[in-house]
Design a protein around this ligand. Structure first.
Ligand SMILES: [Zn+2]
Ligand SMILES: [Zn+2]
Length: 249
């Protein structure tokens, strides 16, 4: 999703087509020149695309060819309908992305491994020769329990996290890509002048729906993550640890 559509503004493209020519000698000028530089007669505006004349408006930036504007609007309308069908209204799309982010935040809290489960550091075995002989057997057996318990928790945590590596990043990436696509599609003025823009719009629309789909799929996978076993094992590990500490005293 690196290069999202770089759309041109249809109105700007139409505006660029407007030129001026002398009503008498047909000398061409830039569209903002009012009088012919050759014979000083009035210049008229015309469209470089369809050659129809264009009415001079009070705001020069609004001077576009009415005919080409109509064509651009009707060509763009099927794309508009497609966008509306896939993305919904701009407000609905923004709401959908926001709700994906909210759902992720709540699921992440619900289905994430507590820090203590991940951050467990196994105790270092003491120098058994320095442990009083009377206590050695008991301490050793408790220590072994801690080590076994630790290995189990680690295995369980690894398998629980393996399928969901970098989840936060991946879901955020999907949401940002959807949001970037939404912005492009929302900013588009609905006028299709340049045929390449249609391809760019279609790509952006695909990027939008792919990103939404992928964010949803990631959320479903997060929900399927079963942490109950890891949490049970963690409880067993804590018990083994305190049994070992008691034996040490
Ligand atoms: Zn002239
Ligand atoms: Zn035109």
């Amino acid at each position: 999703m690196s290069a999202l559509a770089n759309l041109q503004s249809g109105r700007t493209l139409l505006h660029a087509k407007v030129r001026a020519r002398c009503i008498a000698c047909r000398t061409e000028s830039a569209s903002d020149v009012m009088l012919c530089p050759r014979c000083a007669k009035m210049n008229e505006l015309y469209c470089g695309g369809c050659m129809r004349s264009v009415l001079r408006s009070t705001d020069a930036s609004e001077e576009v060819c009415a005919h080409c504007l109509q064509v651009a609007t009707s060509v763009g309308s099927s794309m508009c309908a497609q966008i509306l069908k896939v993305m919904g209204t701009p407000a609905a799309a923004a709401k959908e992305i926001a709700s994906l982010r909210t759902r992720f935040a709540s699921l992440a809290a619900q289905f994430s491994l507590p820090e203590r489960v991940i951050a467990f550091v196994p105790p270092v075995a003491p120098d058994w020769t320095r442990v009083a002989a009377s206590k050695r057997v008991m301490q050793r057996s408790r220590f072994d329990e801690v080590m076994v318990s630790h290995a189990q928790v680690r295995r369980e945590v690894e398998s629980a996290t393996r399928s969901t590596v970098n989840f936060e990043t991946r879901i955020e990436n999907a949401c940002s890509a959807a949001d970037a696509a939404r912005e492009v599609l929302t900013a588009w003025d609905g006028l299709l002048v340049d045929v390449r823009d249609q391809g760019r719009l279609e790509e952006t629309l695909v990027a939008y729906s792919d990103s939404i789909r992928s964010a949803k799929a990631l959320l479903e996978r997060l929900k399927e993550r079963d942490l109950s076993r890891a949490l049970d094992l963690d409880a067993a590990r804590t018990a083994a640890m305190s049994a070992y500490k008691i034996a040490q005293k």
